[in-house]
Design a binder for this molecule. Structure first.
Ligand code: GLA
Length: 570
């Protein structure tokens, strides 16, 4: 209210005439648009030509005369009462100009007279006499009782002025208008179609309960070209939680060093089934992950594959031979499977070779994660470079090799230190080795809903551009959005999803520049998300992905992702 009072109290005399391109008044200002949103394109016909005077006599009188009628204040308003107490996304747009003066310019604002919310402003536009000026504004907010959207000159025009307005449109979406089609993923617009000109779309899935379920396969085929197995290709899973000591055999590495390795490991039973299903359903797989400090058994690092957690770690050379054996076993297995099934292109088209080796809050001298058995054996980056050497040696040349990490945009604007620089050092080390190859930077992107990485600091884009400057393409590998302890607002989440995808689209790979070539959402439905089990979210249900429930109902966020693609194609 403060702003409005100040505006009124400063006014001596203001006459404002407004010519509207208007049509017959409806009871409600709003009609249902094609997409179920609420649309208002006309303002009350009585206000086609409005003349009003605001006479200030001390603080006392405000009179507004509209045609024959006399009313108080604000001749141009859109009544929002029908949305009282609901959360809405409101978008306004139109063109405006001053018609009765030359060389004049004046700021006008659209705001909502919501006292509690401090008169939220949707747009502030400098309007000129000579030309139509486009205005546009967007807000998400809960509307109080009986509120209106109001057009007003900002501050105090010293002279009378006439404004003309055309192409006026207010669009309002509520959660129910966004999801009124009640679509499930099996009937909704396929994401991969919407994104086919831009980048590969992917989902992370589990094998058991998801990918091995035929309905789920139908949804995957409909929406994505690529899947990532959330767990099934990780060392713990391929080692099948076996004790390795049962039977050992000899392995001679590429330097001629001979070591003992578990004879019956890795096991590829589920991998066979997964590759088979992918082949049948024409889906590609991002292989995740070969080298990681987590979900890898401790015995892999211990002398004699001891199950005693206090047993000594092996020396570096032995670990390097073990690493080569593991990477070779997995990559050759997949390659042979593909060859024996006469797969034309590869099913596994990319591997996350190393995951999460950079340090949180890195400094220039300590930039590697130290709470890692890999680091405990080596104490430096050798195991990372070796992993990319071995991957390059044993993967087909046209299979992409990626380094993958989280929070990769943290400290993106710093010259030294911070996670982005730690990742850049890792990339440099790999690229400095002639036998190693890296093609892709995997930005996991488990973002928080209030993450400033997109708006505000734009650190995400800065980091991304630093990675592409190294000659790498980007895969967004594990996108999801936590709300933490915030209240879940489906509409706000939609807008954040849209922001992120607009940013991904801006930075997509094109023929002449490196950029994002694949985006994977980490999970299918809010009903099952790893984020619920995180201790910082205890007691707060998370809603991080595009569908909800066990019937995969489309959330507003889903439509946010589609809208981002639609806008990119305009
Ligand atoms: C990391 C890993 C993923 C997965 C998620 C949590 O981001 O890279 O494999 O474990 O954590 O689900």
């Amino acid at each position: 209210m403060k702003k409005f009072k100040a505006f009124i109290s400063n006014l001596v005399l203001l006459t404002l005439s407004v010519n509207l391109v208007a049509a017959p008044a409806a009871k409600s200002n709003f009609t249902k648009g094609e997409d179920s949103s609420f649309l208002c394109t006309k303002i009350d016909e009585d206000k086609k030509s409005i003349k009003y005077e605001q006479k200030m006599d001390g603080f006392s009188s405000v009179t507004i005369v509209t045609g024959k009628k006399s009313t108080k204040r604000n001749p141009i308003t859109v009544d929002l009462s029908e949305f009282s107490n609901q959360e809405i996304s409101i978008t306004i747009s139109g063109d405006i100009k001053i018609t009765d003066k030359d060389n004049e310019s004046y700021d006008v604002i659209w705001f909502i007279n919501d006292v509690d919310a401090n008169l939220p402003e949707l747009s502030r536009t400098e309007v000129k006499s000579e030309k139509w000026t486009h205005f546009m504004g967007e807000k998400i907010l809960v509307i109080g009782e009986g509120k209106s959207l109001i057009l007003s000159p900002a501050g105090m025009p010293v002279e009378d002025m006439t404004f003309a307005l055309k192409n006026f449109e207010v669009k309002i979406q509520t959660e129910s208008s966004m999801t009124s089609k009640n679509e499930k993923w099996l009937t909704a617009t396929p994401l991969k179609e919407a994104y086919k000109d831009y980048f590969t779309f992917g989902f992370a899935v589990e094998y058991k309960g998801e990918f091995n379920n035929i309905d789920c396969q139908d949804g995957l085929i409909r929406h994505v070209d690529s899947i990532t197995l959330g767990n099934d290709f990780k060392p713990d899973f391929l080692f099948a939680w076996q004790k390795p000591t049962a039977k050992l055999t000899e392995y001679t590495d590429s330097t001629g060093k001979t070591i003992q390795v578990p004879a019956l490991l890795p096991k590829f039973n589920d991998m066979d089934k997964i590759l088979g299903l992918a082949l049948m359903n024409n889906l590609k797989i991002r292989g995740h992950v070969l080298v990681w400090h987590s979900q890898t058994p401790l015995w892999f690092f211990k002398e004699g594959y001891s199950l005693d957690k206090n047993a000594p770690y092996v020396d570096r050379d032995t670990m390097t031979a073990r690493q080569e054996w593991y990477i070779k076993s997995v990559l050759e297995y997949v390659d042979n499977w593909e060859k024996s099934h006469k797969v034309k292109d590869h099913i596994v088209y990319c591997w996350d070779v190393v995951n999460e080796a950079a340090r949180d809050g890195a400094t220039d001298s300590r930039w590697l994660r130290e709470d890692s058995d890999w680091f405990r054996v080596y104490g430096d980056e050798t195991f990372i470079v070796n992993a990319f050497r071995f991957a390059n040696k044993y993967a087909p040349k046209d299979v992409l090799l990626a380094y993958n990490d989280y929070g990769t945009y943290s400290g993106a604007n710093m010259d030294k230190g911070g996670k982005t620089n730690a990742v850049l050092k890792i990339i440099d080390a790999i690229q400095a080795c002639p036998d190693a190859r890296i093609d892709v930077m995997g930005m996991q992107s488990h973002v928080g809903i209030n993450n400033p990485a997109v708006s505000g600091t734009n650190s995400y884009e800065q980091a991304l551009q630093k990675f592409t400057a190294k000659g790498l393409d980007i895969h967004v590998t594990e996108f999801d959005m936590a709300i933490g302890s915030n209240k879940y607002s489906p509409i706000f989440m939609k807008s954040r999803y849209k922001d992120f995808f607009e940013m991904f689209l801006r930075n997509r790979k094109t023929e002449d520049k490196h950029g994002i070539s694949c985006v994977t959402i980490w999970g299918l439905t809010d009903a099952r998300t790893w984020l619920d089990a995180q201790k910082e979210n205890k007691g707060y249900k998370q809603h991080p992905v595009l569908f909800e429930g066990n019937d995969y109902k489309c959330k507003p966020a889903f439509y946010g992702v589609l809208e981002a693609a639609e806008n990119a194609s305009k």
